[in-house]
Design a protein around this ligand. Structure first.
Ligand code: FHN
Length: 446
């Protein structure tokens, strides 16, 4: 999958010609207040799902590859996820401490998980015949989870989309008789029915990297979507640049936030960003997929929050509609950790320390939360905070910490066995608002 992401970035670099938010009509960009509320959510569930799970191969990318196109495109006839239960999925997200949920309503393979009026290639053509998108939207409302939709710009199945998985010689390649303007009209019709019928909090676009999709189309689509719902949050994958900031820290992409994939984003106090990452290795379900350890899951969440970002953590439910029990357990374990340490994650800002292998930091009010992953010889030694007085230091879980302050260091003694092996949180209470402290760079990689 890393190869795929790299390939997508390469294509964007080749065909990018990125456009930026400055090219949008004035006043339509999502407001800072809306984005601040989104960033306070910190943690979301990403779900990649569709008939391809019957083969256990990657959604979209395995079409014309591990799975011959003709076979892939008829899987829907056998897709009958009788164990699908929207309430169960959403409760799993909620118990994990996740505050929003993004479902692949339509991935690169073009299959629609809702009864679209614009194609028969949708969930109602399966034996299952239930509106998965609608049921998830309803369950999210019931459990207070923000409902969001993933929609792929590229659509290798649609007859008017000019390419059909061109990355592989076995692919059908280029559709000579396709009309991209007809496909764009199809996209607008589908997005209008998704926004009107399911009222998503956010649209998570993907697949903007092919040259047939232009920056002009992206700008027009963003503006069009804003006529449907003013405060709709739109990620940066409608546009041609996947991510990036200029020297001033201003976003060099179109959209409301940056989307680093399968990696922890860099500390950025000026531009909203969200890391999307798989809990296993594949985005869609596959048998015996290798799942990340609890330590990796929690450390990733802490380092993303420490970078001032959100974590969109992906699961791939099975073809029968159930979520792998081991993934449910892992998510519950993350939820238990968040029950104790949520104050150090939700409604915080990242920093002032840049995340690094030993620790990360978040902050809120006059508190800095140090997320400690390792403490050499029982001490955590970190750079002093210029002009800041530490009034109190203690473990969030309870217990005073005897801080030593030198001219350039804070030395925090910790028990040889950290109270929480996944992430021990130390609270430093400061004499000024923690957000006023300038970020402290760290030359070590995250
Ligand atoms: O090609 C997709 C991939 O299948 C998956 O959906 C990821 C999730 O962010 N996005 C693209 C690769 O960058």
């Amino acid at each position: 999958m890393k190869k795929i992401a790299t390939l997508c970035l390469l294509l964007l670099a080749l065909y990018g010609h990125a456009q930026t938010n400055a090219e949008l009509p004035p006043g339509i960009l999502t407001s800072k207040a809306v984005m601040d509320r989104f960033m306070n959510l910190r943690f979301g569930m990403f779900i990649h799902w569709g008939p391809v799970t019957l083969r256990g191969t990657e959604i979209g990318w395995s079409r014309h590859r591990e799975v011959p196109g003709a076979d892939y495109d008829t899987l829907y006839r056998q897709f009958n996820p009788v164990k699908f239960n929207a309430d169960e999925w959403v409760k799993t997200a909620s118990e994990a401490g996740m505050k929003y949920l993004v479902i692949t309503a339509k991935h690169h393979d073009g299959f629609c998980l809702w009864p679209s009026a614009y194609t028969d290639y949708n969930i109602m053509a399966t034996p299952f015949k239930k509106d998965v998108v609608g049921l998830l939207a309803k369950a999210c409302k019931k459990y207070g989870i923000q409902f969001c939709i993933y929609y792929s710009v590229l659509d290798w199945h649609h007859p008017e989309y000019p390419t059909d998985n061109i990355y592989d010689t076995t692919g059908a390649g280029i559709r000579k008789n396709a009309h991209i303007e007809k496909y764009v009209a199809y996209m607008k019709n589908q997005l209008k029915e998704l926004v009107s019928n399911y009222d998503p909090y956010m649209l998570w676009f993907d697949g903007p990297w092919e040259s047939v999709w232009t920056k002009e189309m992206a700008l027009d689509m963003y503006a069009y979507l804003k006529t449907l719902k003013k405060d709709l949050i739109i990620n940066n994958r409608l546009g041609k640049a996947f991510s990036g900031v200029d020297a001033s820290g201003t976003a060099t992409f179109l959209g409301d936030y940056d989307t680093p994939e399968q990696r922890i984003g860099d500390l950025n106090m000026n531009m909203p960003w969200e890391t999307c990452m798989t809990i296993c290795e594949q985005w869609a379900w596959k048998p015996n997929d290798k799942m990340k350890s609890l330590r990796t899951c929690i450390e990733t969440l802490a380092k993303v929050a420490g970078g001032n970002g959100n974590l969109l953590f992906n699961i791939g439910p099975r073809p029968d509609g159930a979520i792998e029990p081991e993934q449910v357990v892992r998510l519950k374990e993350m939820g238990s950790w968040l029950k104790q340490y949520g104050a150090a994650v939700y409604n915080t800002h990242g920093g002032p320390y840049e995340p690094n292998p030993a620790y990360a930091a978040t902050r809120s009010g006059n508190k800095i939360y140090l997320h400690v992953f390792e403490a050499a010889k029982g001490n955590l030694t970190i750079p002093a905070l210029p002009g800041v007085k530490i009034k109190k230091a203690y473990l969030l879980k309870g217990g005073a910490v005897k801080l030593t302050v030198t001219a350039d260091q804070l030395i925090i003694p910790l028990p040889a066995v950290l109270p929480d092996p996944n992430d021990t949180v130390v609270v430093l209470e400061t004499d000024k608002p923690a957000i006023s402290i300038a970020p402290i760079k760290n030359d070590k990689k995250k």
